[in-house]
Design a protein around this ligand. Sequence first.
Ligand SMILES: [Zn+2]
Length: 191
Amino acid sequence: MDAARTAAGADTAAAAEKEQKKLDKRFMKAALTQARKALEKGEVPIGCVIVYEGRIIGRGYNRRNTDRSTLSHAEINAIRKASRVIGDWRLEGCTLYCTLEPCQMCAGAIVQARIDRVVIGALSPKAGCGGTLLNILQNPDFNHQAAVTDGVMFEECSALLKEFFRNLRLENKRRKMMLKEADAEADTEDV
Ligand SMILES: [Zn+2]
């Protein structure tokens, strides 16, 4: 290959990479919209979308408390919907976007569904199975491995989670103080 052709090839590759980054951001924004739906329900704000041929075919958000089900994670809910649209449990050719690194259950489901690629927002130091604690998504011993891109819109994804947990801590503190005050009042009434 001559130098000009090599340069043209590199240009095309760079343009394709730039376009992919733009698309990744667009779909991560859609996953963040799902995460905000979880937040509105008082759930840990985690969202997910699944994309096939440039189109979102499944959306999901964390509904663990709402559904009273440990299975109701964002990714599982999105996988269920995408499978309904495709009409198959195999989701080959799909990319999954999640605002937080998948847990062991979701990473397992992603491998089982044979999803091609996973795009992650924030990493999960307590449950991440896309490389943080374990790398279930890319274990060479399984019959399928997904390509992984992380850190897409990392700030937005982690800020949403941080805000949720900060508010939760404040709310718990407020509740504790109210209980303490009620206790003190009851004590004085006793006397
Ligand atoms: Zn999960």
